[in-house]
Design a protein around this ligand. Sequence first.
Ligand code: B12
Ligand code: SF4
Length: 650
Amino acid sequence: MQLDGIRIAYYRGKRYTKNKGVVTLRVLLVALNAKYVQTNLALRYLREDIKNEFPETVLKEATINEPVSRIAGEIFEIKADVIGFSCYIWNLSEIIRIIRHLRLVLPQVRFVLGGPEVAFEAQELMMRNPEIDVVVQGEGERTFLELLRTWQAGKDPQAVHGVVWRCQDKVISNPERIKLMDMTQLPNPYALEEKLDDRLVYVETTRGCPFSCQYCLSSAGSGVRFLEPERFRQIFIELLSYGAKTIKFVDRTFNVRKDHAFSILDIVREEVEHAHNPQGIRIHCEMAGQLFDEEWLDYLKRYPQGLLQLEIGVQSTYRPTLEIISRSQDFDAWQKYVLEIQHTTKIPLHLDLIAGLPRENWDNFRNSFNDVYKVQPNMLQLGFLKVLKGSGLRQRAQEYGLVYQPDPPYIILKTKDLSHLELLQLQRMEILLDKYYNSGRFLRSLQRVISLFPSAFDFYDSLAQFWNAQNWFGLPWQGKALFERFWLFLEYFRKINPKYFEEEKWESLRDALRFDYYYWERPNAVPDYLLPGAKMSSGNIEGGSRAWDEVKLGSLEELKSLASEKFAQDSKCKLPQIESMDRRQWSRCTALAYFTTPVLEDFCWSEELEHAMKGNKVTIENNPVWYLFVYQKDMVWALPINAKCIIHNS
Ligand code: B12
Ligand code: SF4
């Protein structure tokens, strides 16, 4: 639990909270984040908005994984008069449990709920939970301040727009607040100094979205409002001075207006350049693919490498589905920009898909998946439809046969077009997609094995069936164990499809997996199943760690200079200090391995470049080939070394 820096004053057990001589309400704002690294932006706005009039406002952040009773105890000890909770799909159940617990020991306190998860169906929520005093609907800044002023004046909130409140036994819904906040009038949410170096920090430069996707809450609002870029600069400078490294723009469609987006990105670039410690700063934006054009491409090509990361929602490529969900986009038309961004910039790309949308059956989803997979984004996020309160799809759920969990997060269970069984299978495939594709650890082996299947989707389908039959789901497999499970699947697949696996193909698969194994981290030993096949290992040359022994006998200096030469060929590489490594450093930072097949048809110099530089082919002259792996912090190089050279050198 974190408690921010505002003074809580006690005098011999009694509280005194004064503002210009008047005792003001003490306000506690509570956020339950999904994970520790996350932060709550909404409450930082609210705190700054009210703190002039209610100076003893305190912000507490916890996570949904902490015990509810402990959080409740800590809240109790703050002795607040008003406690506001920020409610999202991931935390409402826990918040209700906390309030039910606290109501028994804090009968006088006012509990206020705000946030997207209570913005709709608030009256029903209050009827079901008599412990809640008020729900604030929609944007909170102005409404919450007015509510507090009303209570401070000892009145009921009948004149406050945008609240649902309890008046004795009745729940009253006041008129909604029509006029939305002008963004330039919003306070700086990060005005109070805090330590943010290990947190995920959210910033906002627009509110609203021009689109109206029917599964999304942003479709419920209208129009887009913009923060003045220079105002953003002040906030951003402050964030950097608090050590923030990972900063996510919560703007629904960051590229909604090109000039605004360029100004904000320019400011980010300029301020990061001046930052005290610019290393590792990364910003993340969600953009609409259909708004890209040549000017954007040009801009992104010139943007500093490593600073920006992009997320683009595809969701589906099936037209009838896109029509129903009001997402007028043509993936075929704009994927060229995505491919271009991948090939010509170092910007990591995340593409999103949603399973369980109306009209999309197994085959249609298979196509959507394969369309997106072909682009080879750095991350393919396969999400499942959440039928959100307040969304268009929730209102039309019956029409499309959408059956979803009755409790948050309202995940789709079945539709007219996808059965529950199919959705369960897609969930399993998503787990494996994450472990194998999104981890980036199995790039070469996946490429090889998928080529044996009709499509990527079919591969993940088979893999998930195999895992399920082995009862492997539910166990926390990681690292080496994932390699082993991959191999077991390959062996099984070979058994049932021997025609695909003549010896050469099999060795090439093994090589690819072994290459991925080396690429992942420096192995002390390579498991037996990854060593080159019996035929090869009985010959003169052996693979795996044994190869290293052979070369160690030769001239290390020669190998070093060979490696340096290789590095020097690529001007984009920041060279590791190969030449000056002593024998210990060298053996800690390098590994040498032998491959019997051309492992890398498209070779890239570094892991970081791996995805982005797909087009940057390096021809490997001689096969079989030795690779020298050089391991540096966050970076692994694989240098093809001509086998003849090595044998000669040793
Ligand atoms: C950051 C974020 C996350 C983070 C979570 C951060 C955290 N703190 O834990 C992560 C990435 C984990 C996440 C995940 C998900 N998210 Co999300 N996420 C957001 C995002 C982009 C920003 C939220 C934000 O800070 N907004 C800016 C603030 C200022 O706006 P606000 O939150 O609306 O707050 C205002 C009012 O609501 C109100 N208010 C808020 N709290 C309070 C409290 C009080 C007392 C008062 C008076 C007022 C008030 O006042 C605020 C200021 O005006 C929003 C989209 C968006 N741009 O808002 C989606 C959003 C919140 N996410 C959403 C969803 C659906 C998800 C996922 C389920 C998506 C998925 N994977 O399928 C997951 C669930 C995670 C889980 N573990 O289950 C939905 C939420 C629907 C809901 N009913 O809660 C949103 C709205 C996206 C959408 N367009 O539909 N998300
Ligand atoms: S999904 Fe994205 S583009 Fe569509 S309405 Fe929501 S925020 Fe806007």
